[in-house]
Design a protein around this ligand. Sequence first.
Ligand code: NAP
Ligand code: F7E
Length: 346
Amino acid sequence: MPKIALITGITGQDGSYLTELLLSKGYAVHGLIRRASTFNTQRIDHLYQDPHDVNTRLFLHYGDLSDSSRLTNLFYQIQPDEVYHLGAQSHVRVSFDMPDYTGDVTGLGTVRLLEAIRKSGVRCRLYQASSSEMFGGSPPPQNEKTPFQPRSPYAAAKVYAHWMVSNYREAYGLFACNGIMFNHESPRRGETFVSRKICRAVARIVAGQQKKLFLGNLDAHRDWGFAPEYVEGMWLMLQQNSARDLVFGTGVAHLVREFLEEAFLHVNLKWQNYVEIDPRYFRPTEVPLLQADPSEAKRHLQWQATVTFKELVKIMVGAELRALQLSDARSQDASLDARFNWFKKP
Ligand code: NAP
Ligand code: F7E
């Protein structure tokens, strides 16, 4: 019998890569999707399988993290062996506009999921998507012992989710892990996160479709890695003999300004000629410097990020240029193909 996985947030960046990873390992994958008036499954459309086919291993279920009874019913119905909880209102800037909603979905949504596991009595392992944002104002490098100092409604909601998962592990013996992941990006990143916003703008400027790029704070440091490597870390956490929380990152931090510089260099343009600062993208409280100490993940899982900052920017700018047919589809990086042969290239 194949192992059964349930993924919340399957339509997101990480959910799509994780689905590919688990399908490649022979899992049956069930995903929670939100009902929307427009299609929201673009990131997993290439994985679609006809539900009438007996060999189908990907199943999608309507549901929402705000709906407890639906979550509980899905556990009875699916009986998963492994649960990957990735669903969230994940945008930090937006969380200042929608603190109530963010607390409900990102914080309480996790509690609803934990309760669904407990009430249904299904014996499963749980991965929960904690975030480096929880470290907020704590000085770098940040690791499993670093105190949390959340600086946004998003980060505060994640801290709540994190501690609730720890509590259910202690109180009810649930095999539950928090992966404290630093920023990870890819060509499938949401268009309003800074990495994708910059790379998309570079291609559109080259194509003559955009003249200016409006950004906020260029002086924050982030530890940016490549998303497919991070979903491998999620899977590894649930294959261990015991549950523990771990930090995932590259260990190297760069300024937003450096990301800009690197992305525009790929097309031989000076970013200073195109970028303007728009205060609407500033956050009421910013997190100045996130840099992981991922040594515990290496020790316990032999997990290590291998894609460098320069490679990441190259992958992302390259994907945007190809999407606008500004470079040859065959220009895909061959070494990347060899290293990540389990996922289908965007
Ligand atoms: P993402 O692309 O924003 O995806 C979020 C997913 O959650 C989407 O599938 C979204 O559905 C779903 N979702 C949102 N509200 C929901 C609700 N009320 N009910 C059910 N599903 C809902 O995020 P990501 O980058 O893949 O990140 C995955 C998880 O890791 C998130 O929890 C994020 O907070 C966390 N995280 C991310 C990073 C990172 O750098 N990427 C780092 C640390 C932690 P729709 O597609 O319908 O919107
Ligand atoms: O911002 C600055 C911004 O929105 C990065 C989420 O996945 O990672 C992500 O959160 C930096 C910040 O990511 C713009 O102020 C400047 O300093 O790409 P971001 P994030 O806030 O770090 C963590 C780990 C998560 O858990 C989250 O879910 O870039 N910045 N100008 C800008 N940011 C955005 N979005 N847009 C700008 O125009």
